[in-house]
Design a protein around this ligand. Structure first.
Ligand code: SAJ
Length: 422
């Protein structure tokens, strides 16, 4: 049985380690954080993803998945650690460097190292390869190295890990072929081989495409508001064209991917990434636009209270990293406006009243929908309305059954709809 060592047991590493363990590999999942390792061992996951708990349990029970705080010798090493953004908006590669250094003493002839983390173009060749070279092996000839970027959508990770097409970029052809041997054991999509830097840029281009497209949708939302028309109608109708695919406006772009990766493309020379830079500015400005909308709605109300519904970075996930909801909350509080939070998925008191719906709406003057959790389509709006002081709701995601809210006495506002009450 071939051995795989997966370094980093986060949103990507844990599902990947689990799938490999369930596809005939002996897997060691490694994370420097002892709490994470203990949680996984006890079946309490640090990552909430539909279906993952059961799969992890099965993999641990089969003894094909073990977790530890130290890496061990393996046929394949997969690095899936985070690459956060520094204050200067460039990639913090310290986690990657540490992970690579930790496997140098474990390398043996014929083994393969795969970087899955998202990185600026050139990282695999210029940073990872020289560190691996300290082992004394010729990288590309005796030890193989490839970049195979993760492309899975939070909320659908297990399905997309298997079904999505894969891009594998080797530092040479043989490295790409070695990495392919691993992925073809479980990937049902096509596997495309290329060089490492092309694979790095491909991944960044995918998320940047989405960020720029959303910025366009957000800009159209602002302009449509001024024109007193509804941007959602415009987008819906424009997308009837066979070659148009406008994305959706909203309170901003959150998460650890779309809001981060575009900077990796332009970090060396922002002058060459003008469009990418402006798109980031537009999307980062959206929480302020939402706050302006809320202030208009709240005009004339003394000591208003806003109740934020959905504090995660998008619907149906529990992740709050880079969440526009958190930015809106901060900006409202800076204005001296009281804010409560209701989020049925993000648990715990860290962000306010958390999962207590009643406490979040009691005496409130406006609900601001900032993440489109499925649950928000089935709320008991009548009982919510009864608890509020003033019945206003601002839907920034166009996800509410507006008729039901109006029937319950709410004034319903929609981001990007300049016709006023909708
Ligand atoms: N958003 C909008 N309007 C839209 C779509 C999204 O405002 O039309 C917002 C969301 O609300 C959220 C943010 O953008 O705040 C990002 O959401 P997302 O669903 O577009 O993407 P992520 O960050 O959850 O996952 C992305 C995916 N990339 C692409 O679809 C190209 C995923 O496949 C990647 O694996 C992931 O980034 C990653 O890890 O890089």
């Amino acid at each position: 049985m071939q051995k795989v060592c997966v370094i980093g047991l986060g949103y990507i590493g844990l599902p990947l380690a689990t799938i490999l363990a369930n596809h005939g590999f002996k897997v060691l999942g490694m994370d420097v954080n002892a709490d994470v390792v203990e949680m996984v061992n006890n079946g309490r996951l640090n990552v909430k993803e539909p279906g993952l708990q059961t799969l992890v349990q099965a993999a641990i029970n089969s003894r094909n998945l073990k977790v530890a705080t130290k890496p061990a010798k393996a046929d394949f090493f997969i690095i899936a650690v985070q690459t956060p953004l520094t204050k200067e908006k460039s990639a913090d590669l310290s986690y990657i460097k540490k992970a690579v250094e930790s496997i140098v003493p474990l390398l043996e002839r014929g083994k393969t190292v795969i970087l899955e983390s998202t990185v600026p173009p050139g990282t695999t060749k210029d940073i990872v390869m020289p560190i691996l070279g300290r082992s004394g092996f010729k990288i590309g000839e005796e030890v193989f190295l490839a970049h195979s970027p993760e492309r899975v959508l939070p909320g659908a990770i297990l399905k997309e890990l298997i079904e999505n097409d894969r891009v594998i970029g080797g530092i040479n052809g043989e490295s790409a072929l070695k990495a392919k041997l691993l992925y073809e054991s479980f990937v049902q999509g096509e596997i495309y081989l290329t060089d490492a830097t092309t694979a790095e840029m491909t991944k960044l281009a995918e998320n940047t495409f989405r960020d720029v497209n959303i910025a366009l949708a957000n800009e159209l939302a602002i302009i449509c508001s001024d024109l007193e028309i509804n941007v959602w109608d415009v987008i819906n109708l424009a997308n009837k064209h066979p070659r148009v695919n406008l994305h959706r406006p909203g309170p901003g772009v959150g998460g650890h991917c779309l809001a981060v990766d575009p900077y990796f493309i332009i970090q060396k020379d922002s002058m060459k990434g003008k469009l990418i830079t402006v798109a980031r500015e537009v999307n980062e400005g959206m929480p302020s636009i939402v706050v302006e909308e809320l202030k208009k709605i709240l005009q004339g109300i003394e000591r208003p209270i806003v109740s934020i519904f959905g504090i995660s970075y998008k619907g149906d996930v529990d992740d709050t990293r880079g969440s526009p909801g958190l930015a809106v909350k901060r900006l409202l509080e800076d204005e001296g406006i009281e804010v409560r939070v209701y989020d049925p998925i993000v648990k715990g008191p860290a962000h306010g009243s958390g999962d207590l719906l009643e406490a979040a709406v009691r005496g409130a003057d406006c609900i601001a929908i900032l993440a489109d959790h499925s649950e928000f389509r089935h709320l008991d709006v009548k009982s919510i309305g009864r608890r509020m002081k003033t019945r206003n709701v601002l839907d920034t995601k166009n996800c509410l059954e507006r008729k039901a809210w109006r029937k319950a006495g709410f004034k319903v506002y929609l981001l990007g709809d300049g016709r006023g009450l909708s």
